[in-house]
Design a protein around this ligand. Structure first.
Ligand SMILES: [Zn+2]
Length: 201
């Protein structure tokens, strides 16, 4: 396999990327400047070294500090915790520009075929709540994709939290459906994200 074919087949392994898009990425890189290609290579290489998972929100970040820059940011509002499926959903909510609370990355959504929650960090989420309550947490926002898997995940997480925190004055909300059904958060535009947050219930 020559290096062009090899790169195409590597891009094809990315989530949501088909052969035609993979081709376009490689064509783009072929036309790009050597300095951009070098930047790309170096960024990929550095993933192995400095990137690690934040023990508090579970997102990947490149920092040598104990927790990530978001979790250690005192400007963020401890009253709110948004539980999201993946790291890219954090970026989506940040694009909305209005959310100032903290995040927790669950690591996926419930599979409808199996109803299994394997690999989802529900226990870690529950374990983190007492300390968050002490810090002033009042609302957990379930910010999952507007699809059946996202809905099933919201139900499971809601039940787990309610079971553990019956007596606590903890509000559980979900994003309003300014998001069209089936839509993934990461593809939503800032206005949609903003209105989904405003219309949460
Ligand atoms: Zn963090």
């Amino acid at each position: 396999m020559d290096s062009i074919e090899q790169l195409i087949s590597l891009f094809e392994r990315f989530p949501g990327i088909g052969p035609r898009q993979a081709q376009r990425f490689v064509q783009f890189l072929l036309r790009s400047s050597p300095s951009l290609r070098r930047e790309f290579v170096e960024a990929v290489q550095s993933l192995g070294g400095s990137v690690r998972q934040c023990p508090q929100c579970m997102r990947f970040s490149s920092t040598s500090a104990k927790v990530c820059s978001m979790c250690s940011n005192p400007q963020r509002d401890p009253k709110f915790l948004a539980v999201v499926a993946s790291d890219s959903d954090i970026a989506a909510l940040e694009r909305g520009g209005t959310y100032r609370g903290y995040y927790f990355v669950l690591g996926g959504t419930v599979s409808l075929a199996s109803e299994k929650t394997n690999g989802l960090r529900i226990k870690q989420l529950l374990d983190s709540i007492p300390a968050r309550l002490k810090a002033g947490l009042v609302e957990v926002i379930l910010a999952f994709p507007a699809n059946p898997e996202g809905d099933a995940t919201a139900i499971q997480v809601r039940e787990a939290i309610l079971k553990n925190h019956q007596g606590d004055a903890l509000m559980l909300t979900a994003l309003g459906r300014g998001l069209s059904t089936g839509s993934e958060l990461e593809y939503a535009d800032p206005e949609t994200i903003k209105s989904a947050l405003e219309s949460r219930r």
